[in-house]
Write a protein that binds this ligand. Structure first.
Ligand code: SAM
Length: 224
């Protein structure tokens, strides 16, 4: 289900412009194989945040086939990306896609559970104010967003932006009316708790946008 009405979604999708032919093909391929990648509307929104923010380093949690990382690197030629992915199969496919887009020098994929990779990264950054991330994109297991957020904070520069995708979970986060299966309950409850948490933090300003499947944009002001 779309979180905005179908006519609006259709209209916005028709406005979408892919970054390149090969990126358009990569999207078509992922969609055909039912691999969840960022929605067109979400892509357009995040790419403009990236263009404004001009991040030196982006941390992505959830690589899948590398689609979003490839878009970010293409739209922002000065940016280095570290992307975390649990599935070995996805790591292999994404590595190949990154190579084909000639971006292996700027996109590094770390295999394994993001919680462990975040810990590993923490140990590798000596000075977070100079080597930390300017932008974090959280787009992996929805029930674990709080863990991903908390694990990312020590890696963020003081004015970093954290973008969390799919926070409205097809409108289920907003209303139980849309929670139709028992198995959806835990991730919806956790997502509600996550949103409550990030919107009340005193070191972050968060706007929850009804873009795509719901995007939370948080601007940090930490260690200030
Ligand atoms: N960001 C990608 C894009 O838009 O092209 C899509 C990512 S997809 C929605 C989510 C990915 O997160 C899946 O490939 C899944 O294997 C991965 N994932 C799930 N749990 C994870 C975890 N604990 N650590 C790392 N990756 C995880």
């Amino acid at each position: 289900m779309n979180i905005t009405n179908d006519k609006v979604t259709e209209y916005l999708e028709a406005l979408y412009q892919p970054l390149s032919k090969t990126i358009e093909l990569l999207r078509a391929d992922a969609e055909e194989q039912h691999i969840p990648i960022i929605l067109r509307e979400t892509e357009a929104c995040i790419l403009n945040i990236i263009r404004m923010k001009k991040p030196r380093r982006i941390l992505e949690i959830g690589t899948a086939v590398g689609y979003s990382a490839i878009c970010f690197a293409t739209a922002s030629p000065q940016t280095e990306i570290i992307s975390l992915e649990l599935s070995e199969e996805m790591v292999c496919i994404a590595t190949e896609n990154v190579k084909q887009h000639d971006l292996s020098n700027r996109i590094r994929i770390m295999a394994g559970d993001a919680a462990e990779s975040l810990n590993e990264l923490k140990g590798s950054i000596a000075d977070v104010d100079s080597e930390g991330f300017d932008l974090v994109f959280i787009d992996a297991a929805k029930g674990h967003y709080r863990e991903f957020w908390d694990g990312s904070i020590p890696l963020c520069r003081r004015d970093a932006v954290i973008i969390s995708d799919n926070v409205l979970i097809k409108a289920r986060t907003a209303s139980d009316e849309y929670v139709t299966e028992k198995r959806q309950k835990t991730s919806v409850r956790r997502m509600r708790e996550f949103i409550e948490y990030i919107t009340k933090l005193d070191y972050a300003d968060t706007a929850v946008l009804s873009v795509g499947d719901g995007v939370a944009v948080s601007v940090l002001n930490i260690r200030g």
